[in-house]
Design a protein around this ligand. Structure first.
Ligand SMILES: [Zn+2]
Length: 339
């Protein structure tokens, strides 16, 4: 893939930035906002490279559609990961937050004059990881930026940033692709899984193609299938609650509860609106005969149980084993026996 280009679904946001660049009116503070795994970091990197590329200023620039050339001195330094005019701030490896000291150091670095390129690009990712003290220390730099200096804040939680930061930045929204765009892109990355399998991976990845691609390389789909088998066997009455829990215990709570929740919700969807409206192919294939006989009231109670369990799992003193056993028992009485 062309490393310097944004993803196809980011083209509109890219064009918007190019218009700013061509008019010489690129804002000093940019805020790239979009959902998890929509390719924000890639977009920020491609854009930083385009700004720093020295060939991008020449007549060839139009032919490159504003992308970095990948060949000039600046681009080679970027590829090697040591361009002096690109400064990136992220949380320290063992931490989730960006402390105020790190931001102060970053600001010193960010206010130097460009060394090789004609501008300097400073990226904070994820920007919502800054502590409020750290975010405050950034305000002055955003307000009175050094000449030829561009600050890019990357976030998926724009509301977690102080309003004072947001108001000093131009927000560029980066959306998730549509399902068609995702499937087309995934198929271009790898031919091997068929359209149907990509569709399942994409469902499992909540519509994020980059995550679907990483799922394809991991064993997550096998694990999901295994969990589903125990879920279906429990509802069918072919597996005892305790042996289902033994399988569930192999998975971390967050993932396990998310899948159980989605399948249960999908069963309710099928029960109330018809099997053809279900989103997940697994329950459709295995449980479709049973779906009209499921107790809708019990399904709703289970969904509520899963939601509260998901909240509670974060609390330390909750006994996971006991909670899962109680949950598994609730799944056994779903099918209404016909008289
Ligand atoms: Zn270049």
């Amino acid at each position: 893939m062309d490393n310097q280009a944004p993803y196809p679904w980011q083209q509109q946001s890219w064009e918007l930035l190019q218009q700013y660049v061509h008019r010489g009116r690129l804002p000093h503070g940019l805020l790239f906002n979009g959902p998890a795994e929509c390719g924000k970091k890639h977009f920020a990197q491609s854009f930083a490279e385009a700004v720093l590329c020295t060939a991008n200023r020449s007549e060839d620039a139009a032919r490159q559609h504003g992308k970095a050339c990948g060949k000039c001195h600046s681009c080679l330094l970027l590829a090697a990961g040591n361009h002096p005019d690109l400064v990136i701030l992220a949380p320290p490896e063992d931490k989730k937050t960006i402390p105020v000291d790190a931001v102060r150091e970053f600001i010193q670095d960010a206010t130097l004059t460009p060394q090789i390129a004609s501008s300097r690009v400073c990226v904070i990712v994820p920007a919502d990881a800054m502590t409020s003290e750290a975010a405050n220390s950034l305000l002055k730099t955003l307000e009175e930026p050094a000449a030829n200096n561009h600050m890019i804040l990357v976030t998926e939680h724009v509301r977690h940033l102080p309003a004072t930061i947001r108001s000093r930045c131009q927000i560029i929204n980066l959306p998730l692709p549509t399902q068609e765009q995702s499937l087309q892109w995934l198929q271009q990355q790898q031919q091997r899984p068929q359209q149907q399998q990509w569709q399942e991976l994409l469902n499992c990845a909540a519509g994020a193609p980059l995550r679907a691609l990483s799922f394809e390389k991991s064993d997550i789909m096998q694990r999901r299938q295994q969990l589903f088998n125990s879920f279906a066997a429990l509802i069918n009455g072919q597996q005892a609650p305790l042996s289902a829990v033994a399988v569930w215990n192999e998975e971390v709570s967050e993932v396990l509860l998310k899948w159980l929740y989605e399948w249960t919700l999908d069963l309710l969807r099928g029960r109330q609106t018809g099997v053809e409206n279900m989103r997940d192919l697994l329950p459709v294939r295995v449980l479709s005969d049973l779906i009209p006989r499921l107790d809708a009231g019990k399904l709703i109670a289970l969904i509520e149980q899963l939601i509260s369990l998901n909240r509670g799992m974060g609390e330390r003193n909750l006994n996971r084993q006991m909670q899962l056993e109680a949950l598994a028992v609730s799944f056994t009485g779903l099918v209404v026996v016909q008289k």
